[in-house]
Design a protein around this ligand. Structure first.
Ligand SMILES: CC(C)(COP(=O)(O)OP(=O)(O)OC[C@H]1O[C@@H](n2cnc3c(N)ncnc32)[C@H](O)[C@@H]1OP(=O)(O)O)[C@@H](O)C(=O)NCCC(=O)NCCS
Length: 147
């Protein structure tokens, strides 16, 4: 199930973060700051049954303007539609004009994921990650009408 983040989820989030972004994981302070900035747009995906509801399997953070700050699913739960469900929640935000994200050029899995959700590449930022380019990807509500 998807619900808003609470501070007791932090350890679970940090575990996903370290496993998903080993080169540049956000730290505890960054997540606390992001939560204070965007409390309604920091969502977590937990297991559905009673004994799983404390297990954090994925999360998404996005700004009200539609910048996806982070999205990740724990490796053992990938390819089960969790990323899709989290992203759909962001897409359903009323009055949202677009969603945008940066993705490492080498992150082909995430690129395939976003493409499957109707995102398109709209630009490149050279060396955004130090020695690696970022692809800027975007979705607008009109994209989804065509898929
Ligand atoms: C990208 C990520 C969030 C996807 O989450 P997920 O829950 O595994 O994705 P879903 O199960 O919802 O996938 C939906 C569809 O996207 C595509 N897809 C997802 N991961 C893919 C991969 N590694 N390779 C190719 N296609 C992929 C597939 O079409 C998939 O449908 P299918 O499984 O029926 O073929 C997850 O792989 C992840 O956390 N990666 C590390 C962090 C990251 O790169 N985040 C994005 C940058 S902000």
């Amino acid at each position: 199930m998807i619900r808003p983040f609470s501070l007791s989820d932090l350890n679970g989030i940090l575990k996903i973060e370290r496993e998903s972004f080993p080169k540049s994981p956000y730290d505890r302070t960054t997540f606390i700051h992001l939560h204070s900035l965007y409390p309604g747009n920091f969502l977590v995906y937990t297991g559905a049954s009673r004994d799983q509801e404390d297990q954090i399997w994925g999360y998404i953070i996005f700004s009200p303007e539609g910048h996806i700050i982070s999205l990740a699913v724990i490796p053992g739960q990938r390819r089960k539609g969790i990323g899709q469900e989290l992203l759909r929640k962001a897409m359903e935000t009323p009055q949202l004009k677009r969603l945008q994200a940066e993705v490492r050029r080498s992150n082909l899995g995430a690129q395939a994921f976003y493409a499957s959700m109707g995102f398109r590449i709209i630009g490149v930022v050279p060396n955004y990650y130090g020695n690696e380019d970022a692809l800027i990807i975007q979705w607008t509500p009109s994209n989804s009408k065509r898929v």
